[in-house]
Ligand binder design. Structure first.
Ligand SMILES: [Zn+2]
Length: 298
């Protein structure tokens, strides 16, 4: 009894079950405002018996999400974490759920905060990666030859889908058609100000349109928190609204003939100024949308 009890309490620290209640949850990417402390991370979020989210909180001040799928033949992960130590913690968390080996890795985002820990992954892991992300990561694996690749994770179908350029240009969506779950990686940054350092702003809006038209019950973000299904869809719509608002504001400033530096100073993000990282990401977004307007973004 004692052993079971301590085993259960050890589990309760690391594993939370995705809530389907409609209890009011503060909509924010800020863990503190959500009533969570740093010591609660990393944590595994059980979505179904075979599909899990994993949320870690890093020094950059943001939750980074990995999705992992446990099939009869092994484990597939979608995105990693940002350092070898952080990715090792992810592997340790997976090992608490299943003894099966990690065999597949879908590169949703090629950015370092999702890939810089890849050195600790099993050497024989199979990467599923878009051509653009393969080039960015200098990966020695074949890139996808089409825009959709199906992986059979032992009884569970997982699709890697390139639906267009968004946050990185090589963005892949990870779709489980039977479970109706869509992991969106950095295409969906839940309540985080649109981060555009390597983005394609207008194309990003269209990729979210495509996602919203898919048969999906639960949209999972790459940053910010995993929400219950209804809130997750509402927040994805809200995220697309934020992208559109940022693009519209920069277009307004450009139409006035402002230089890009002047536009950075005058940008008014309205409610999105309160979103996570707005101060840091606002100026980057102005420059990127200017590049798009002036045709510098190819
Ligand atoms: Zn990221």
């Amino acid at each position: 009894m004692k052993t079971l009890k301590s085993a259960l309490s050890a589990l309760s620290v690391a594993l939370v079950v995705l809530s389907v209640s409609s209890a009011a949850q503060v909509r924010t990417a800020d863990p503190v405002k959500r009533g969570l402390s740093r010591s609660e991370f990393p944590r595994t979020v059980k979505i179904t018996d075979s599909v899990y989210g994993y949320e870690d909180f890093h020094s950059a001040g943001m939750v980074t999400v990995t999705l992992f799928v446990v099939g009869a033949d092994g484990v597939l992960i979608a995105d990693g974490q940002g350092s070898p130590a952080a990715t090792q913690k992810l592997l340790d968390a997976i090992a608490k759920v299943t003894p099966k080996p990690v065999k597949w890795y879908i590169v949703g985002s090629d950015h370092g905060d999702h890939t810089a820990g890849n050195a600790v992954l099993p050497k024989d892991i199979t990467f599923i990666v878009s051509p653009a992300s393969k080039a960015q990561m200098k990966l020695d694996a074949p890139a996808m030859a089409t825009n959709r690749e199906v992986v059979n994770v032992g009884g569970i179908e997982v699709q890697a889908i390139f639906a267009g350029r968004a946050h990185t240009g090589g963005d892949l969506l990870v779709y489980l058609p039977r479970q109706k779950i869509l992991f969106m990686s950095e295409v969906y940054l839940n309540r985080v100000f649109p981060a555009m350092r390597s983005a394609y702003p207008s194309e990003w809006v269209k990729v979210i349109d495509a996602a919203l038209q898919m048969d999906v019950d639960l949209f999972v973000p790459g940053h910010g928190f995993i929400e219950e299904p209804k809130a997750a869809r509402e927040e994805l719509v809200e995220y697309q609204k934020a992208l559109r608002a940022v693009i519209a504001e920069v277009n307004r400033l450009h139409t006035q003939g402002l230089s890009v530096d002047e536009a950075v100073k005058q940008a008014n993000w309205g409610p999105y100024a309160q979103w996570y990282l707005a101060e840091q990401q606002g100026p980057i977004a102005v420059r990127k949308v200017y590049d798009e307007i002036t045709g510098k973004l190819k």
